[in-house]
Structures are given as C-alpha cells and as structure tokens.
Design a protein around this ligand. Structure first.
Ligand code: SF4
Length: 248
C-alpha cells in the first residue's frame, strides 16, 4: 500500500466535474506557471504555511486505503447527485502509483482529474484507464512560449492530449487566460484547432486571470512577480464555433 502527500480535501465542490464532488489536492508540480495561484501545491513535501492565526504545516502523508475510506464516506451522496471525486494539485500525475491505488479503491465512484498533462505517456495511459473524466489544461500551444511561462516543454502535454482524444473519454479543456501571454488570436485558434474534432470534448473553459493569484505566495515564503501585466484584461476571441464555451 503506497503513501501519498496531499494538502487539502474540499467537499461540496461544484466546478471540478459533474454533480457535487470531493476534490483532493495532491502536492507537487513539475511546472512553474507564472500565474499559479496554488504555490503551496508546488513542492512535493509538507511545508510551513503562515496562516492568519499562526504557522501550520501544509501537506500531510496519507495511505491510499485511508484516503479512499474517507472519500467513500460520501459515496451515497455522490450517487444521489451525480457527483464523485476529482483529483487536482499541484499536478496529480506526479504521484501516479498512489493516485492509481486510491482510484482502484473507489469502484463505482465517478472519478475525474485536473491535469497539466505533463507526465510520461505510460503514466498518463495508466491513469486515464481509471478515469471517467479529464479536465485537461492547455496553457500555450507554442513550445518556446510554453517553456518561457511554465518552465517546461509542451511536447509531452500535446502527446498526452492526443492519447486522450483517441481514447474517446469525456474531457474538458481548461485554458487559463493570461493577458499578453496566451490570449492572442493566433494561440486561441491553435488551441481550438487542437481539440475541435475530438468526440470526447465536452466543452472548453476559459479561466480569466485574477490578480488575487499572488495572495498566497508570502504565506509559503515565495515571491510573486510575474513578468506580465497583472492589471490588463485578457482578450476573449469569438472563434470557438460549435464548441461549447464557458468563460469563468
Ligand atoms: S500546472 Fe497548475 S499547479 Fe502546476 S504550476 Fe501550473 S498552475 Fe500551478
């Protein structure tokens, strides 16, 4: 039985898949997006968090069977409202063995993941096999710009996106809309063209950048100084045709 490190469990979530869900935040992410609003999810290890009422430890180790038992307490509630469990982070694929073990202990529960898609192809396939829904982020279609703003190459992400499309599994594309970074007409058209014909595509969500993204950085002794204009409004282009679009 493997152990994983999580930093939050939120019940009654309504934006992470169908129905009312429990969202589990797994710690650790290989990306460093300039707009990340969960800096406490970046390090894979528990760490000090300077909360309003004093320091606390953010992150704890948990055994797969204990986490699954906790999540199963809401099974009847999930069945009643069509909900389930969503794993996010950080980047949940970083703890693939633990994640798969937890999912294997949740038979009959609707399971979703929110992912950057940045992991090895065999890891992505193994996780995908166990999922009912994938919330897949596309941050930038241009390799150089992707590296500049997230710290990593987007080739593995695009390869995993292709696997997802071919699998026929239901998926939602999430695009963080960052002013001057990825909101150009060219990038939005390229994003649309990557997914427009996929049978599993449920909708595309544009998540507008919020200035509050930087609020938690001092709490984990990090500095927030993104190299884009945090006061600017991101552009929204009317180019998505038949794709169901949600702007959040
Ligand atoms: S992938 Fe998500 S958690 Fe990781 S750095 Fe980017 S925004 Fe933050």
């Amino acid at each position: 039985m493997s152990k994983g490190t999580i930093f939050s469990i939120e019940e009654f979530a309504i934006n992470d898949g169908p129905g009312i869900r429990t969202t589990v935040f797994l710690k650790g992410c290989p990306l460093r997006c300039a707009w990340c609003h969960n800096p406490e999810g970046l390090s894979p290890k528990p760490q000090i968090f300077h909360a309003m009422d004093g320091d606390e430890i953010c992150g704890r180790e948990v055994e797969a069977k204990d986490l699954a038992a906790d999540l199963l307490k809401n099974r009847e509630f999930f069945e009643m409202n069509g909900g389930g469990v969503t794993f996010t982070g950080g980047e949940p694929t970083m703890q693939a063995d633990f994640l798969c073990e937890v999912m294997d202990l949740l038979p009959g529960v609707h399971k979703a993941i929110e992912t950057s898609g940045y992991c090895k192809p065999e890891v992505f396939k193994k996780i995908l096999d166990r999922l009912d829904l994938v919330l897949f982020d596309i941050k930038h279609t241009d390799p150089e710009q992707h590296r500049r703003w997230t710290g990593v190459d987007n080739a593995p992400i695009l390869a995993n996106l292709q696997t997802l499309k071919l699998s026929g599994k239901p998926f939602v594309i999430r695009v963080p809309l960052i002013p001057g970074v990825n909101d150009s007409l060219e990038n939005m058209e390229a994003t649309r063209d990557l997914v427009k014909d996929a049978p599993g595509l449920q909708r595309l969500e544009l998540l507008r950048y919020h200035k509050t993204a930087g609020a938690k950085y001092p709490k984990v002794d990090m500095e927030y100084s993104p190299a884009f204009d945090t006061d600017a409004e991101p552009a929204v282009h009317d180019i998505f045709g038949n794709i169901k679009l949600l702007i959040l």
